[in-house]
Design a protein around this ligand. Structure first.
Ligand SMILES: Cc1cc2nc3c(=O)[nH]c(=O)nc-3n(C[C@H](O)[C@H](O)[C@H](O)COP(=O)(O)OP(=O)(O)OC[C@H]3O[C@@H](n4cnc5c(N)ncnc54)[C@H](O)[C@@H]3O)c2cc1C
Length: 243
């Protein structure tokens, strides 16, 4: 495998598929276990290689990790409907299959230095994945924060688990967004807002929050459609195109 700027090859972590859950429609969650300790933080994304293939560009994607380092499993959720070669490998995957993950990074974190007493998560579809990780972290570490989730989607996952936490959750469709965001921004003007989804979703949500009086420094985003330029890559990230 070649690497960007002659960086050393990243360490690969082998993981084994232990459970597959059909969340709704074509959306599936894949639970893996590893014999090694995996160096990631709640909210991080990684590079997930599709099972049963050689590592090459067509079979590696950025994926957010939906679990936390305290969990005994590494969880990914994805929509298989594109039928891309990568997703077809996952459609055919079976419990016991092995694959690899490598490089962990991102700024979509509950950073204790920036954290506020109120946190509002806004998920667009599959963008719920790193938000589940942050929510689990907050619950596992018993962080003293008031959480709220606004979940915009055609379907919804992790439903029972999220409901069991007992904080306010609004599962809504796109037309309900303006009223729901306005209410959250008005009631919690001092909250930290975490948005995750496609670039168009993020842009729309961020603009509405700003229109409702929320400052840009109160908004943290994770963009599932971003294509970072080399100079934007963090020390722990590599460009998939370099594979
Ligand atoms: C930081 C980050 C975190 C992410 N986290 C997640 C996550 O948790 N879950 C998640 O699902 N995604 C996540 N993504 C997005 C993910 O990396 C993929 O881009 C996304 O899942 C689409 O991959 P794909 O293989 O379906 O489509 P791609 O191969 O990337 O192609 C894009 C589109 O082209 C078409 N296409 C490509 N090849 C074929 C083919 N052979 N046949 C038919 N159509 C084709 C499809 O319409 C497809 O939607 C994340 C991205 C980033 C940057």
């Amino acid at each position: 495998m070649s690497t960007l700027l002659n960086r050393p090859a990243p360490k690969m972590y082998e993981v084994e598929l232990i459970k597959i859950v059909n969340e709704y429609d074509e959306v599936y969650s894949y639970y893996f276990k590893s014999n090694e300790s995996i160096p990631f933080k709640a909210g991080h994304h990684t590079h997930l290689v599709a099972p049963n293939v050689e590592i090459e560009r067509a079979f590696v994607r950025h994926m957010s990790i939906a679990s936390t380092p305290k969990d005994n499993e590494i969880v990914f959720s994805m929509d298989l409907s594109s039928q891309s070669p990568y997703k077809l490998q996952f459609r055919n995957a079976k419990v016991g299959d092995r694959t690899k993950i490598f490089k962990f990074g991102g700024d979509f974190l509950l950073d204790m230095e920036k954290l506020r007493s109120k946190v509002v998560y806004i998920a667009g579809g599959i963008g719920i994945t790193p938000i589940r990780s942050l929510i689990r972290q907050a619950e596992q570490e018993k962080l003293d924060i008031q959480q709220e989730l606004i979940y915009v989607g055609k379907g919804y996952m992790y439903t029972q688990e999220l409901d069991d936490y007992g904080f306010p959750i609004k599962r809504i469709k796109r037309p309900d967004v303006p009223d729901t965001l306005k209410k959250a921004a008005t009631e919690k003007p001092d909250a930290l807002f975490y948005i995750c989804g496609s670039v168009s979703f993020i842009d729309a949500m961020r603009q509405q929050l700003i229109d409702f009086g929320i400052g840009v420094d109160s908004i943290i985003v994770e963009n599932f459609t971003k294509n970072k330029k080399p100079e934007e890559l963090g020390e722990n990230e590599i460009r998939i195109k370099s594979l």
